[in-house]
Design a binder for this molecule. Structure first.
Ligand code: TYM
Length: 333
């Protein structure tokens, strides 16, 4: 049977890239599949975190997910550290994955930067914990943005290596699900870099918590070229900022890029930006409002995460028991 798993880090504000690249797809998938969505606090501590801030962010991200339409009844929604099987399986996978595989991971190179000797060992083995997240549930499908593709290839390599080393058919090879018109949302200030939580410029991203005026102002100030929009997608080649804004519009309006250009082709950004801003406000304002409401009752959010963790662990525990048996550990975990 198909099972969906995906995760998101509780580090700071969620932005439009998280929403269009991942969360919106999670919401769609939960109607048709058993879905497990995880706030990955173990991943967050691969870089230094303030404890109070981490607690806050975990609740904020949980509230954003619910406000965006994740149903904590239909889906399983929980924070990673509550289910010990993730870390347990990660250890076993640490012993399956090869140094050479991890040395190829581009995200580690970006995140560790020049001072690699000072990066935590956890940051290095981050993708192994990701593989454990997914395979602790034998998940078959993983909806993510484009930037997680390499990590999912590693997950498949680990699943395959485990199965073949122990001559078992234990783990599925999970399929990445990267779909929609906004699988890689770019910075509003620079069409060649990804929209991200860590960008120094607030103008580079739209946060799910931004108020209407802020959303409109950020879109007004977004970098563009001076030309009119083309009338079909091919005309966006070599125009990364234009391509990004049209992709965002298409994703939010649930249209194809060609449909958007059929409507706006030949018109300039003076026409397009206000339309994009109106659409963004229309979609994001209710999410922000609902999120603020949910955050007024932190105890309720904690109870939702508790319930999710219990349900998640009920799936994970027998799978870990099976893995221990395969590996040759005595007794049941
Ligand atoms: P994270 O927290 O960085 O991002 C959460 C999701 O948002 C997507 N995303 C984007 N999509 C399009 N454009 C962007 N600019 C953009 N920025 C972020 C990400 O692709 C992701 O889907 N390692 C993961 C979390 C994780 C996970 C997992 C995911 C931990 N374990 C297991 C899937 C399965 C991460 O840091 O996502």
């Amino acid at each position: 049977a198909n099972r969906i798993f995906s995760g998101i880090q509780p580090t700071g504000n969620l932005h439009l890239g998280n929403y269009l690249g991942a969360i919106r797809n999670w919401v769609t998938l939960q109607d048709d599949f058993e879905s497990i969505y995880c706030v990955v606090d173990l991943h967050a501590v691969t870089v230094p975190q303030d404890p109070a801030q981490l607690r806050n962010s975990t609740r904020e991200v949980t509230a954003s997910l619910i406000a965006s339409g994740i149903s904590p009844e239909r889906s399983i929604l929980f924070n990673q550290s509550r289910v010990p099987q993730h870390a347990q399986l990660a250890w076993i996978f640490n012993c399956v994955a090869r140094l050479g595989w991890l040395n190829r991971m581009t995200q580690f190179k970006e995140k560790a930067g020049k001072n690699r000797e000072q990066a935590s060992v956890g940051l290095y083995s981050y993708p192994i914990l990701m593989a454990a997240d997914i395979l602790t549930y034998k998940a078959t499908h993983v909806p993510v943005g484009e930037d997680q593709k390499q990590h999912l290839e590693l997950t498949r390599d680990i699943a395959q290596a485990f199965n073949s080393h122990y001559e078992v058919d234990c783990f599925p090879l999970p399929e990445p699900q990267i779909f929609g018109s906004a699988t890689r949302v770019m910075s509003l200030r620079d069409g060649s870099s990804k929209m991200s939580k860590s960008d120094m410029s607030e103008l580079s991203r739209i946060n799910l918590t931004d108020d209407n005026d802020t959303i409109a102002a950020k879109i007004r100030k977004a970098k563009t070229d001076a030309d009119a929009l083309p009338s079909e997608a091919a005309g966006l080649a070599g125009r990364p900022e234009a391509e990004n804004l049209v992709g965002i519009y298409a994703a939010m309006a649930s249209m194809t890029v060609d449909d958007v250009l059929r409507e706006f082709g030949g018109r300039g950004f003076g026409d397009f930006k206000p339309a994009l801003a109106a659409l963004a406000v229309d979609q994001l304002a209710p999410i922000g409002a609902r999120m603020r409401e949910l955050l007024e009752n932190p105890d309720e959010l904690d109870a939702i995460l508790d319930d999710g963790a219990v349900r998640a662990e009920a799936i994970a525990r027998p799978i870990l028991a099976e893995v221990h048996e395969i590996v040759g550990f005595l007794g049941m975990p």
